[in-house]
Design a protein around this ligand. Structure first.
Ligand SMILES: C[S@@+](CC[C@H](N)C(=O)[O-])C[C@H]1O[C@@H](n2cnc3c(N)ncnc32)[C@H](O)[C@@H]1O
Length: 221
């Protein structure tokens, strides 16, 4: 992997898991620190095991930008059917981010759209992957984001549990098969199935990181 040119700025990645979001910011030239409640042995950058909200309240202002991916279980259809109770972390995360005075983004799944303010949707097909994986991004602290043109979903989908067929798209969810194919497709070669299922493809945050850097340069000019 080529080492990207550093832009001298630091990103805090809250709820980092195995580091899909972090890797995109790294590709965009940022130094990254990840925070997760669970120990993440596959996380490829500096890692702090902590509650994300405690950490951002104490250290948030030390960073140039903050990314947060609060766990989405509360909002997924399967969880709502099973009526499981998960705490809402989006509102307290937003409050903690706003208090830092730094630019920030909160990422989540489409089912959480009602909890997010004017989110922008990113789709993996736009970035050349063979999956769709829509994710929503709410920005704040002065950062705004223009979404790339969304391509229509026209590719046939391989059935769950089978490896992706030639020319097909796949959903890398649940107990999907074809882990190596998913690694190659989403550019996450260090992840296992658990990380892939949860992650944002690094291309999304490389896009956001580049937009952020351009907007910071504009402010500085
Ligand atoms: C959806 S995953 C994040 C995926 C990540 N953005 C990526 O691109 O790879 C959510 C993560 O939040 C972590 N988590 C849950 N509650 C937390 C808390 N209170 N503080 C820190 N991390 C937490 C989980 O351990 C899990 O790894």
């Amino acid at each position: 992997m080529n080492v990207p040119l550093s832009n001298g700025l630091k990103v805090l990645d809250l709820f980092c898991c195995q580091g899909g979001a972090s890797m995109g910011y790294h590709f965009a030239g940022f130094e990254v620190v990840g925070v997760d409640l669970s120990h993440q042995i596959r996380y490829p950058f500096r890692f702090v095991q902590s509650d994300a909200l405690d950490f951002v309240r104490e250290h948030g202002p030390e960073f140039d930008f903050i990314h947060a991916s609060p766990p989405c279980q509360r909002y997924t259809l399967a969880q709502r059917i099973q009526k499981r109770d998960h705490p809402d972390l989006i509102a307290p995360t937003r409050a903690a981010l706003e208090a830092t005075g730094r630019p920030w983004v909160i990422e989540n799944v489409e089912e959480a759209a009602g909890e997010l303010r004017n989110p922008v949707t990113l789709c993996a097909a736009t970035f050349g992957m063979h999956t769709y994986r829509h994710r929503l991004f709410e920005t704040g602290g002065g950062l705004t984001l223009a979404p790339p043109q969304h391509q229509p979903h026209t590719a046939p989908l391989t059935k769950m549990g089978r490896p992706r067929a030639q020319g097909h798209f796949a959903h890398y969810v649940g107990n999907f098969s074809g882990v190596q194919d998913a690694r190659n497709d989403m550019r996450v070669p260090w992840m296992n199935r658990d990380g892939i299922r949860e992650c944002i493809p690094p291309a999304y945050t490389e896009y956001i990181g580049s937009a952020l850097y351009a907007s910071l340069l504009e402010v500085a000019a």
